[in-house]
Ligand binder design. Sequence first.
Ligand code: FE2
Length: 210
Amino acid sequence: MKLDQVADDINVKGNKFVLIDLPYGRTALEPYMSRDTLDLHYGKHHAGYVDKLNDLIKGTEYESMSLKELIVASRDTDDAVFNNAGQNYNHIIFWQSMTPKYEDPSEKLLSKIDDSFGSIDEFKSKFVDAGIKRFGSGWVFLVVENSKMAWKTTPNGDNPVGDDVEVLAACDVWEHSYYLDYKNDRKKYLETWIDKLINYKFIESRFLES
Ligand code: FE2
């Protein structure tokens, strides 16, 4: 198993992928995301994708690949591997895209946001629009494309890995991410996520690397 740029060694142990540690405690995101949601979402859903992925790739050519290589190799050819690998990658980014200690973006990041979206308000409203318009289960990714930031959405477990973009952040819009706390109000979840949970430090660290 190869180490992965996004997952580093925290995602791989021996010949298996492992569930990454949450970067905060299970109650740390309250009141915006509850312990019940994290218990279910991280402890059951994300853990389930990792276990399933390990079962699926055992003894196959996929065993020698990194997570990103697996996603690219299985896209369009092996739905089960692709979905579980994609969901593992997406959740690794998602947990780190949130913080219990919200801080406004730095001046440097803010100027990149202004350059890409026109203003921080436009950055936020484009995110909420993107998340609402993604029908059914899926993801909203903040990416860098042609040196500008943009919001992209994908269905189910898909992601922009393999596209000519850098992924800076991810927001899960599957119902399991918000239903316990927001019921069917995806808009309120998205507005809370972008105002209270988003981790600008994580985004900035990745932006500077890209
Ligand atoms: Fe999820």
